[in-house]
Design a binder for this molecule. Structure first.
Ligand code: ATP
Ligand code: MG
Length: 385
């Protein structure tokens, strides 16, 4: 291992946690260590920062930046806590970047160091200017090359190009659990990602309409759950056989009520599974007004069947913005594979867009709701990622 290491900056929200801050930091450290499993590494924390030595720095960076709660990772050069050593390294970095303008910024966490932050920056800056060999100026507002110095037990030197943005959020597992209704579409994986990014543990449920939806449609959902699991820990995917419920509704209820009744059953099944496995809430990828079933009335009528909070993190987002996130997190390419989903097959020509709660409850009274749900849950398959 050489003198390069990874400095991990935690999301600033973690520092606002008051008495709980220690818990959040410990969890984040554990989560990072889990993500690095299989690589040679050493991880120490120092006053709200993580420092990682790793054999394969690039591989480690790629994993660490995707851990929720990490704001930024920087590949830094470690030198002794000694002004001369710091100056030489800063000069080396500026020479490497060969800019027209530069600036030094210092963060002195170790108060034993003889100069304060401003004095250090000034002193190192003067040294760099003097030894660079001409054509270089200081620009404090908009420097071409920003050199950061962190002074701790040792000193760390890095520039803007050594910084890689992390995914942010809060440590996974710190904020309860949710049952994500995961379809093969673009939206629900993004919804799951956003919940997990806030530290909420993910479980997924997929309603499968065999033989109207193919094995390939199921595989697609499995692939999406697997991609999500790269950001989280173990993800349980519950696959609920949904065909009988749909056929039952089709046979006994009105065509235009099919979609909304089906959504009520999805909600019920999700809640029963959540209860069975100790999951606290439900999440879905709905966005207000996006399609016929996602009207205010539609959302009210499906939420009516829930016995726990229902979260819709995309509710106020535009499709384009959701697609951007899907691309960023790597679910988009899988989501757009053209396999049918159960909703497109059992879709009525003119779905009700403003269903009324009383009318829907009444429409359902011809169905043996509890038995239908129970049977589907009993036949549910679990796949773990
Ligand atoms: P998505 O892109 O997530 O599929 P969508 O725009 O296609 O969403 P709908 O088909 O109305 O919208 O579904 C709304 C939400 O209901 C989805 O985001 C998802 O959370 C849930 N959902 C829909 N179909 C299924 C399914 N077959 N299994 C599990 N959840 C589903
Ligand atoms: Mg869909």
């Amino acid at each position: 291992m050489n003198n390069k290491l990874i400095l991990v900056k935690y999301a600033s929200e973690i520092f606002l946690k008051g008495l709980n801050r220690g818990k959040f930091e410990r969890r984040l450290k554990e989560n990072i260590e889990k993500k690095l499993a299989g690589l040679q590494f050493e991880f120490v924390t120092d006053q709200g920062r993580g420092f990682i030595k790793a054999e394969d720095i690039d591989a480690a960076v790629e994993r660490v930046r995707k851990v929720f709660g990490v704001a930024e990772v920087c590949i830094v050069t470690e030198v002794e806590r000694d002004l001369t050593a710091i100056k030489e390294e800063a000069l080396r970095k500026v020479k490497e970047a060969n800019p027209k303008t530069f600036k030094i910024e210092t963060n002195r966490a170790n108060k034993k160091f003889q100069l304060n932050s401003i004095e250090t920056s000034r002193d190192v800056g003067g040294y760099v200017l003097h030894h660079f060999g001409g054509g270089l100026e200081v620009d404090v507002k908009n420097p071409e090359c920003l050199v950061n110095i962190e002074i701790r037990e040792k000193a760390y030197v890095f520039t803007s190009k050594d910084k890689i943005k992390g995914v942010g959020g809060l440590p996974y597992g710190m904020n309860g659990s949710t049952m994500l209704m995961l379809s093969g579409g673009i939206d629900s994986p993004v919804a799951g990602y956003l919940m997990a990014r806030r530290g909420v543990e993910l479980n997924c449920v997929y309603y499968h309409s065999h033989p109207y939806t193919s094995e390939r449609a199921k595989d697609k959902v499995k692939e999406l759950a697997k991609i999500l699991s790269n950001y989280t820990e173990r993800v349980n995917l519950y696959i609920v056989p949904f065909t009988e419920i749909q056929l039952d509704i089709m046979e006994k209820c009105r065509q235009d009520e099919l979609t909304i009744l089906m959504r009520r059953f999805m909600m019920r099944c999700a809640c029963v599974l959540a209860e069975k496995y100790g999951v606290q809430s439900i999440s879905s990828g709905e966005s207000i007004g996006q399609v016929a079933s996602q009207t205010m009335e539609g959302l009210i009528v499906s939420t009516d069947c829930a016995d726990r909070p229902v979260f819709r993190p995309l509710i106020a987002m535009d499709k384009g913005d959701i697609m951007d996130i899907a691309k960023e997190i790597g679910t988009y390419e899988t989501s757009i594979l053209p396999y049918e989903d159960c909703c497109t097959i059992f879709v009525p020509k003119h779905p009700k867009t403003k269903p009324q709660l009383d009318a829907m409850r009444k429409a359902e009274s011809v169905l043996d709701v509890d038995a239908m749900v129970e049977k589907a849950i009993n036949e549910t398959e679990l796949v773990v990622f």
